[in-house]
Design a protein around this ligand. Structure first.
Ligand code: MG
Length: 256
């Protein structure tokens, strides 16, 4: 089946679009806080959101509070922290770090443990914590062993999510597949065909959910994946989204 034959208005009314942030909409950078959003991107996404009847959401491991300022003056539906935080049709539900006292204590211990490990970063996200070693690849084994030990000592309520030069400890209930499924039960997403674009291991959960719904899964970059379509880089995706937003030409062809 080729979706390329769909009329633009059909594509607009049929689909719900879910977009990962790092490595998908923007290039990955060494320090996670130094990420740069292309100047055109917020307006492009706003036009696309209109075209999709509002059914467009950012689905990221970042907190909503980090993502929101990067898309000003617009405010998109968002799943932050792998779905622990959600804003659907303007209604925001945040995660309360006080509900995770064990994790909070663990974050303190992790920060102490890496104090003398240059280039290993502990990113405190409130209800989750990421261990980054992009700037110190030689510390990968140390960082992974530390993250594994931390999850084990926390018990079954937390799990480890692997990524690109990062491992994240997050509540077991969190996951991109679960949160996409949650969005698909709410207006304006309900009844549409989901498309999810991502680049990393954490996004494979999302691909599984959209594949199960006969949607389109799109992987950015190399690596093993269950996604149906592959694009080269975030810039390629931005180009696709820009033409879809401006003239309605549907950018994904499953026959490619
Ligand atoms: Mg990503």
């Amino acid at each position: 089946m080729s979706d390329a034959s769909l009329q633009p208005e059909d594509a607009g009314s049929r689909y719900a679009l879910f977009l990962d942030f790092d490595g998908t909409l923007v290039d990955i950078v060494e320090r996670p806080d130094a990420v740069v959003v292309d100047q055109e991107l917020p307006a492009t996404l706003a036009r696309l959101q209109d075209r999709l009847g509002g059914a467009l959401a950012i689905v990221s491991g970042r907190p909503v509070s980090f993502l929101d300022p990067r898309f000003l003056p617009y405010r998109f539906d968002t799943a932050g922290l792998h779905g622990l935080e959600q804003r659907i049709a303007g209604q925001l539900h945040l995660c309360d770090p006080e509900e995770h006292p064990q994790l909070r204590r663990m974050i303190g211990r992790l920060s102490e443990a890496v104090a003398d490990k240059q280039g290993v970063l502990i990113e405190d996200k409130g209800c989750s914590v990421a261990v980054h070693w992009r700037m110190a690849p030689q510390e990968k084994d140390f960082a992974l062993a530390m993250a594994h030990a931390a999850v084990e000592s926390l018990g079954g309520e937390y799990r480890l999510q692997h990524g690109k030069a990062v491992a994240e400890i997050l509540p077991s209930a969190a996951g991109k597949g679960k949160v996409i499924e949650r969005f698909m039960h709410e207006a304006p997403y309900k009844g549409r065909i989901p498309i999810f674009v991502g680049d990393d291991l954490t996004d494979e959960h999302g691909f599984k959910t959209v594949n199960a719904r006969n949607g389109l899964s799109v992987r950015i970059g190399a690596g093993e994946t269950i996604a149906k379509i592959r694009l080269g880089t975030p810039a390629d995706l931005r180009h696709c989204l820009s033409s879809w937003a401006s003239d309605g030409s549907f950018p994904f062809n499953v026959d490619d």
